[in-house]
Design a protein around this ligand. Structure first.
Ligand code: ADP
Ligand code: MG
Length: 260
């Protein structure tokens, strides 16, 4: 098994009578790309929410880079190097592309750090540096996006908005990137493009681990090293794409295939 970056063990989350996660174990190795699949309501987003300090588990433990992060709030988790995108785009469409990217950056800085930058008269310098970082990141995704830093995010196409959202997650140079259905609302061609972008990012940052929630099995097959299938908050099975897609329980629960 690859060097552990993240280890979730026995994670359980309940919402009233619903067991959103039910004793889930999941291991993510350094640099690994995991495809997380499962029917609607199987706990995929709850898993991300639990890792990132938005939801606290009733039971179980999460260690990340050797540290127990189970009870840490979102801001602290982000500082340690876990970044995410949301199932519904969370860009502020009236704000510029740059401002949206900076929302990712600012969240990671303490007020004290900001006060220090301003006091030293370094704000302009710091902003210029950040514009450069933002341009460099956007360049992974598209040749034209870096020139659109000052335009409102709302003027971008759906795929470019997604790209900005993924860049916002990457701006703090995370160790683990969690992508919650990034292809939602996109055409199959756009999805393919976005996955190619993701592969360019991985080529530049081989140590970056990614967990990708995705319904399209072709997408999962093309980008992930390992697949994990959830059902009712539990791990139904895991393995390579071909192992998982041959599993009778997966074919029944996820692909809707009756017993042959
Ligand atoms: P998925 O992302 O796999 O579609 P979710 O993690 O969103 O699944 O949901 C898992 C289960 O938990 C569902 O039954 C859902 O209705 C329930 N659930 C998720 N979040 C909440 C919440 N904040 N309050 C109540 N129930 C929730
Ligand atoms: Mg979801």
């Amino acid at each position: 098994m690859s060097t552990a970056l993240l280890d979730a063990t026995g994670l359980s989350v309940r919402f009233g009578g619903v067991r959103a996660l039910d004793g889930l174990d999941l291991h993510v190795g350094e640099g690994e790309v995991i495809g997380l699949i499962g029917p609607n309501g199987s706990g995929k987003t709850t898993f991300f929410n639990t890792l990132t300090g938005f939801v606290f588990p009733a039971d179980g433990r999460v260690t990340f880079a050797g540290e127990d992060i189970t009870a840490l709030p979102a801001r602290e988790v982000a500082k340690r190097g876990i970044a995410r995108t949301f199932q519904r785009l969370r860009l502020l469409l009236e704000l510029s592309v740059f401002d949206n990217l900076m929302l990712g950056q600012h969240l990671s800085l303490d007020h004290g750090v900001w006060a220090n930058i301003v006091a030293r008269g370094g704000l302009r310098r710091s902003l210029e540096k950040q514009r450069e970082t933002a341009r460099a990141l956007l360049r992974y995704f598209s040749d034209s996006l870096p020139d659109r830093l000052s335009e409102p995010a709302g003027s971008l196409t759906m795929i470019d908005r997604r790209r900005v959202e993924v860049c916002r997650a990457l701006i703090r140079d995370p160790k683990l990137l969690l992508l919650d259905e990034p292809s939602a609302g996109m055409t199959p061609d756009e999805t393919r493009e976005l996955m190619q972008d993701l592969q360019s990012v991985k080529a530049e940052r081989p140590a970056l681990a990614v967990v990708l929630i995705e319904h399209d099995m072709e997408v999962i097959e093309s980008v992930s090293h390992r697949c994990v299938v959830l059902d009712y908050g539990r791990k139904l099975c895991e393995g390579s794409y071909s192992e998982v897609s041959q599993d009778p329980a997966v074919r029944r629960a996820y692909l809707g295939v009756e017993d042959e």
